[in-house]
Design a protein around this ligand. Sequence first.
Ligand SMILES: Nc1nc2c(ncn2[C@@H]2O[C@H](COP(=O)(O)OP(=O)(O)O)[C@@H](O)[C@H]2O)c(=O)[nH]1
Ligand SMILES: [Mg+2]
Length: 303
Amino acid sequence: MNNSTSREGFKSGFVAIVGLPNVGKSTLLNNIIGEKVAIVTPKPQTTRNRIRGIKNLPNAQIVFVDTPGIHRPRERLGEFMVKEATAALKEVDLVVVMVEPRMPGQREEMLLRTVRESKEKYNFPVILVINKIDTIKKAELLPIMEEYSKMMEFSEIIPISALKADGLDILLDRVVDYLPEGPKYYPDDIVTDQLERFMIAEIIREKIINMTEDEIPYAVAVEVTDWKERDDMIVIGATIYVEKDSQKGIIIGKKGSRLKAIGTAARKEAEALLNTKVYLELWVKVKEHWRKSPYSLRELGYQ
Ligand SMILES: Nc1nc2c(ncn2[C@@H]2O[C@H](COP(=O)(O)OP(=O)(O)O)[C@@H](O)[C@H]2O)c(=O)[nH]1
Ligand SMILES: [Mg+2]
């Protein structure tokens, strides 16, 4: 028996966080892990891939799987994102469904239908998390909880504020309650399964989403193409893909001002993440209709 990876009473498992776009899934993941493993912006559909964040507790290891928001996709990229989210439901021990602190509507019904269909197949417990309770009055919460409990049988309903880190301890306790006994899947010092190159590309994408409007955030993909480790710094080259010339102009900005601001903000965060000086070089290229092209999507890692 290997004592370092498995001991009696130790629990572990995979926990998917699913929900509509923009409810705060990535914020929750980051605040539970205590490090930024997933990018967060005020705009919907920021997360495009499944992202694992590993939480180590004295008696348990929880592997959280952050997912893209479940929505009605309009092009192939969106289809990929929704597939990523629903595929996450196949390989989990528990599902956390996150919703806004308001009465459920049509979109919530669609979300719960997706969850129920998977639950019937894979039979996992479901915890409903009502997020952003910092934005409502206490009295508004109860009727929302009641309404949800009529729609589906949840193992628990837990109100939280992911942003203010309110209710996260209770949530973690409940999550551990529902996990099976099992081994550590990851060593103690690993917080995510993502490669550094991917994380840097995501950081750049986050800065772009935050510094642009309208369709631009959705039309952007970032690929890290160069990575050279020197004694005193890492030299990173990345290409920003957009779909049109006009979008390229917007990203670059007047006399390159926006691209420079994106680069500076991304470099600072990259330096903190990699714990070294970073030289970041950015290019902007047009790849027409990349969100619709299976070939381009594969090339950009959305496969
Ligand atoms: N007021 C409030 N805002 C939140 C909370 N959690 C997330 N947000 C905000 O909601 C937006 C979307 O968050 P994000 O984590 O990217 O949502 P995701 O699309 O579900 O991953 C961001 O602007 C967050 O700051 C919360 O508990 N309270
Ligand atoms: Mg997200």
